[in-house]
Design a protein around this ligand. Sequence first.
Ligand SMILES: *Cc1c(COP(=O)(O)O)cnc(C)c1O
Length: 382
Amino acid sequence: MAKRAVAEVEVGEIPFVDLKAQYRLHRDVLLHAVEAVLEGANFIMGPDLQAFEQEFADYLGLQYCVGVGSGTAALRLGLEALGIGKGDEVIIPANTYIASAFAISQLGATPVLVDVDEQHLIDTDLIEAAMTSRTKAIMPVHLYGQAVDLDPLMRTARNYGVRVIEDACQAHGARYRGQRLGAFGDVAAFSFYPGKNLGAYGDGGAVVTADAEIADRVRLLRDFGQRRKYEHLIIADNCRLDTIQAAVLRVKLRYLDGWNERRRAAARSYDERLSALDVSPAPCRDVGGHAYHLYVIRVPRRDAAIEALARDGIQTGAHYPVPIHLQPAYAFRRIKAGRYPRAEKAAGEVLSLPMFPEIQEGQIERVVASLGRHIGNGRGAD
Ligand SMILES: *Cc1c(COP(=O)(O)O)cnc(C)c1O
């Protein structure tokens, strides 16, 4: 036992995401950016916010970006700007982070679930069957940093005259047929939660759009409904992106493409090493650049695997272990287990391995070796 503990100290724990490594590499430029905001003392709607909004819009090839307080707020304000409210229905995948659904429910609208495909993304073949006269929008979620198959989804939306809001909270810099995600829907939402591919040092988010009117409405909705100080045109929230966070994001945006490239290299290394084992990554369709926010595999006895890897000092995750309809918050809708079989099966088997731009080849090797010891024989963790 003592020997084993010593060995673990020598090789070190492998975190799921290593934000400390990223900070150490870019400390000076980050501190400089934050210090400039502190010295300018313009903490709310300061010049770094407008600059970041312009730079992120340019990065995506879009006209407008409006910084807000979180990814969840970005989804909610984006939906509200599209006119979605009480009694409306919005179609989402059954396997996503809860925020996709909550943003809809917070407006008094109803999230209507659709089962996922083998990539754990909304099954675009099932969307049409979920449409009703109350459907107002479809929300594709680019889960793990991979693109939803947008061609058929956009076609269905156009045929039915409903709006599209992309949940791009895990897909900064990812592409679909060459074009960056976030530029396909009427509006898209990004999260800058610290662990995302582009992360702030606190909460943050952005609504992006090519539509001037939608952008203008989101600007009102995030800032007390005012265009000019003390003239409040609509009842609205206080939901702004802090100047300090915008300054941090401006620095980090310059590294985003390089970081995503490193994530893809790490994913290729995982792919190769895992091919020797009895586990395979969740399949991905090759429609452009996967941003690998998460590297997900499926294993039969997932919770035992998480514990076994943790004993080897390796942090992992499950995205997500409970589908939306089986969450206590939605128990009132009385949707029974079995209704979305693929999402439910995935929820029990998905395992996310350590993934961050600074991950070392030796760390990947250790993760796969540990997996091999515990589940490589196909019988599940012992
Ligand atoms: C992170 C995330 C959100 C919410 O973003 P927050 O900034 O945490 O509010 C929404 N949807 C998905 C898919 C996410 O991963």
